[in-house]
Design a protein around this ligand. Structure first.
Ligand SMILES: *[C@@H]1O[C@H](CO)[C@@H](O)[C@H](O)[C@H]1NC(C)=O
Ligand SMILES: *[C@@H]1O[C@H](CO)[C@@H](O)[C@H](O)[C@H]1NC(C)=O
Ligand SMILES: *[C@@H]1O[C@H](CO)[C@@H](O)[C@H](O)[C@H]1NC(C)=O
Ligand SMILES: *[C@@H]1O[C@H](CO)[C@@H](O)[C@H](O)[C@H]1NC(C)=O
Ligand SMILES: *[C@@H]1O[C@H](CO)[C@@H](O)[C@H](O)[C@H]1NC(C)=O
Ligand SMILES: *[C@@H]1O[C@H](CO)[C@@H](O)[C@H](O)[C@H]1NC(C)=O
Length: 512
């Protein structure tokens, strides 16, 4: 399961330039890396219980005034966890602020969210006309791991079954951090969450006008045959089992790694490292590895997580895996969380035609953010891409930069929270019933999850990704939905570009 993670199936739009085809590709090897790697532990014991800070806010009904009518913005409020004294049962704080007034009260000063937020409208479209009934939500419990209820700013979980690894715990942790970041701003709601890989709500079962609407089910990825609602995956708060730390600090490491290793000085091949045993297509990829008789410009490695864990993950440090000019992304059992790590590298991402998408991948554009690779002729496709890039270094570097820029800017942690915020707000707006706390649900808060229960890396990652206090800025402004024509054009453009690249590959072949 380590090798799984996802990617999106549909690409985007126009490209800014077209590579010119040169004849006669040179041989080279590609290596791709499916790196799920990890990084050293910079444990920041930043979360201490600081009672003095907290004592100013201990009335029951607190409003934070961050700015007093246009005057100097007040500094950011930090509210540490309030862990109870040893041997006393841990409870959730009753004095966390329940509302906030950010610095930027003028809405025109908040930036518009990145383009991929527009897919929130698309993902919720099936319920736009008639809304979501309680019955529809209940039906989504068939595969769900838990029901999340947000009621008066607090989170309650009704757990149905255990998820793989700590996916459920870190997903819930992420939602609790969202509530710390925007207290009182997330409306009451009930939703079902499925932590498994593959989407399950088949569109074709809900096409007839007289069937009940589809059950709204949240998960990490979707594809074009299903209607599951995509939501950021657990790895943004850390993946304890394989030592991948929370996204915010990992992003910094990746940036530093890029500054250390310039594109021109990197190996001129395509790199991939991952678990090939999760899917047929990955096993197939291994045939493209360098051998005595052929060189497809690929350098492929199997990730041995057991060995890595014994060696303290020294070789799986993500930030030190940006050593090749090209990195291959290939889906595993479904989408793969590795995609963001690969795109962040400054290398050209060679993206093997994906089936799945996650919340941000649908706005990636072929030839702008990545180079499309055929799934039915991987080796030749990879070799062509690497030869092309090594001949057109400027353009190749621009693709790498566009992708890492997208990841660093549009996918920074603030936007991940804003995506969750807007998704949950739009979703809650569709509910046709009054959310309530079900019997058997328990209140969860950051204190309950960390003070005495979590341990080891899990606890460390949670404390590291703890939201320190309410945001001093408002969430970004939600962009409007795509016009249907624009969306249609967007799909067609992407398909055309991908076809064009396949054609180039064919032409050059005939000239070998
Ligand atoms: C921490 O929580 C306890 C109750 O569990 C409360 O009595 C105490 O005042 C809280 N401490 C702070 C600093 O808010
Ligand atoms: C909180 O304060 C508001 C306005 O001051 C008031 O209307 C509301 O009833 C208070 N809520 C509680 C729980 O005290
Ligand atoms: C799902 O909901 C139905 C109806 O509300 C209930 O009968 C069933 O037990 C629930 N299933 C699970 C797994 O909770
Ligand atoms: C739905 O409509 C079709 C034909 O329009 C009909 O055959 C079918 O019985 C209807 N199903 C339900 C559940 O009403
Ligand atoms: C691919 O080839 C390289 C170089 O020969 C080798 O080190 C590596 O182990 C090979 N990978 C696989 C998965 O066989
Ligand atoms: C490329 O060639 C393959 C067979 O060699 C063919 O199946 C495919 O349709 C061609 N693609 C394009 C875009 O011409």
């Amino acid at each position: 399961m380590l090798g799984r993670s996802g990617f999106a199936g549909i690409f985007s739009e126009t490209t800014t330039w077209k590579p010119r085809l040169k004849k006669g590709p040179a041989a080279a090897a590609t290596t791709t890396l499916f790196c799920i790697i990890f990084i050293t532990l910079t444990f920041m014991a930043s979360v201490r219980i600081d009672t003095s800070l907290f004592s100013a806010y201990n009335s029951r009904n607190v409003t934070i005034r961050i700015s007093e009518k246009h005057k100097k913005p007040t500094k950011k409020l930090e509210i540490p966890l309030n862990c109870s004294i040893r041997n006393q049962p841990q409870s959730c704080p009753t004095n966390y602020p329940t509302s906030f007034s950010p610095n930027d009260l003028d809405p025109s000063s908040t930036p518009v969210c990145p383009d991929y937020f527009r897919w929130i409208h698309e993902d919720l479209r099936p319920w736009k006309a008639d809304g979501i009934t309680r019955d529809m939500v209940e039906k989504a419990n068939r595969t769900a791991h838990f029901r999340l209820v947000i009621f008066k700013g607090k989170a309650y979980i009704e757990k149905y079954k255990k998820s793989i690894q700590t996916r459920d715990a870190f997903t819930i942790w992420g939602i609790l951090q969202l509530l710390r970041r925007y207290p009182g701003q997330v409306p009451d709601l009930e939703l079902m969450f499925d932590c498994d890989d593959r989407p399950v709500i088949r569109s074709k079962n809900y096409r007839r006008a007289n069937t009940t609407g589809p059950p709204p089910l949240f998960r990490y990825c979707g594809d074009k045959w299903t209607m599951d609602i995509v939501f950021p995956d657990w790895s943004f708060w850390g993946w304890a089992e394989i030592n991948i730390k929370p996204w915010e600090s990992l992003l910094k490491d990746l940036k530093e790694g890029n500054d250390r290793s310039k594109w021109m000085e990197r190996e001129p091949y395509a790199y991939w490292k991952g678990n090939p045993f999760v899917s047929e297509t990955r096993r197939d990829l291994l045939q493209c590895n360098l051998s005595d008789t052929q060189d497809w410009n690929a350098r492929l490695y199997i990730q041995d997580w057991i060995l890595e864990s014994q060696q303290g993950y020294k070789k799986s440090d993500l930030a030190s895996q940006c050593t090749h000019r090209y990195k291959i992304y290939i889906e595993g059992w479904a989408w793969s969380v590795s995609e963001k790590y690969i795109l962040a590298c400054d290398s050209v991402t060679l993206l093997v035609k994906p089936r799945y998408y996650d919340f941000f991948t649908r706005s990636l554009k072929p030839l702008h953010h990545y180079w499309p690779i055929r799934d039915d002729d991987k080796c030749r496709s990879i070799k062509f891409a690497v030869d092309w890039g090594n001949k057109h270094k400027k353009k190749a570097q621009a693709i790498g930069k566009a992708a890492s820029g997208f990841i660093q800017e549009d996918l920074k942690m603030e936007y991940v929270y804003d995506y969750m915020f807007h998704m949950l707000n739009e979703y809650a707006g569709l509910l046709k019933f009054e959310p309530r706390i079900p019997e058997g649900a328990v209140e969860l808060c950051s204190e309950i999850m960390t003070c005495s229960s979590a341990n080891g890396l899990e606890k460390k990652f949670m404390l590291e990704s703890l939201v320190k206090g309410p945001s001093v800025t408002s969430p970004c402004t939600m962009p409007p939905p795509y016009q249907p024509r624009v969306l249609g054009k967007f799909y067609r453009n992407n398909i055309n570009i991908i076809r064009q690249v396949e054609k180039w590959g064919n032409i050059s072949d005939s000239q070998i």
